[in-house]
Design a protein. Structure first.
Length: 54
């Protein structure tokens, strides 16, 4: 089974959150797997917060 296709709007939001946290260079270098669980959690938390606001 292949990876599921990610929504481009959601991906753009995730990239924006990563940039706000100063993690964009790390993602560009090593992909999403290069992030620690804490860093991923911060992005996820900000993303959820932003999505709730609408």
């Amino acid at each position: 089974m292949g990876k599921k296709k990610e929504d481009p709007v959601l991906l753009a939001l995730k990239m924006e959150m990563a940039a706000e946290l100063g993690l964009l260079a790390k993602i560009e270098q090593g992909g999403w797997g290069a992030l620690s669980s804490a860093e991923s959690g911060k992005i996820g938390g900000l993303l959820a917060q932003r999505l709730r606001k609408g």
